[in-house]
Design a protein around this ligand. Sequence first.
Ligand code: URA
Length: 278
Amino acid sequence: MPPERLQKLIARAGIASRRAAEQLILDGEVTVNGRVVRELGSKADPASDHVKVRGKLLLFTTPPVYVMLNKPAGYVTTMKDPQGRPTVVDLLRGIRGRVFPVGRLDFDTEGLLLFTNDGALARELMHPSRRVPKIYAAKVTGKLTDEEIAKLEAGGMVLETGRTAPCRVRRLREAGQSSWVEVTLHEGKKRQVRLMLERLGHPVSKLIRTQYAGLALGELPLGESRLLAAAEVRRLQVAAQGRPAEPPASGAAPARRPRARTATPVPGRRLREKAVRR
Ligand code: URA
């Protein structure tokens, strides 16, 4: 970690405001590696230096945070958009600390998008070898025939981003000249669902990710976010090992990680059922 100004580190550890931290430094209450530091510009490396305030060692470890967003269409999955369009970060009201999206959803796609500051878990979830399941509800022009479904499911469709792997497709319901289908992927090529369906002559007019790595949107309203429940984080940890996202067997010890900022479970009817009525 890069060295940071002492007053900033003290404030981040929750000991005092920056201004009060400056006073603590001036008063000689702060030591770095055993030496009193009184200069306000002094810096320390939170990863390797021992900073003490009135003899108490500061801890800089940030607890992991896991957030689910129900992304609306019209938001870019990025931390900052050079074109100035609204980003998913604009929707994360009330989430303390810096979290990053786990993967991405297209500008026009809605649904489940995870965020975390747990880089290791995010990397595992996004790694192609983990084959994390992602479930989408797509509204398409027309109705898919059995042959078209079989073709999609078999995989081997050549897109610009590569050859598709086998997947699962099922019809959900008809909606006039359109219909809803559910597509379960274990990979994440750019615009994959849209491109696969378009290739067969069924352009997508609406796309919603309803599940990711065994987690479901449930009743989370569009545009809202919430912390994950502890059981949901455990599901992600299982999925990140490339195993099916089932809850660990009863009595199994949860993975040893720092205590996470999580929420109590939200009772979940599946959003998919609600979403496809739109
Ligand atoms: N497939 C798509 O076409 N778009 C997404 O946003 C995700 C999967």
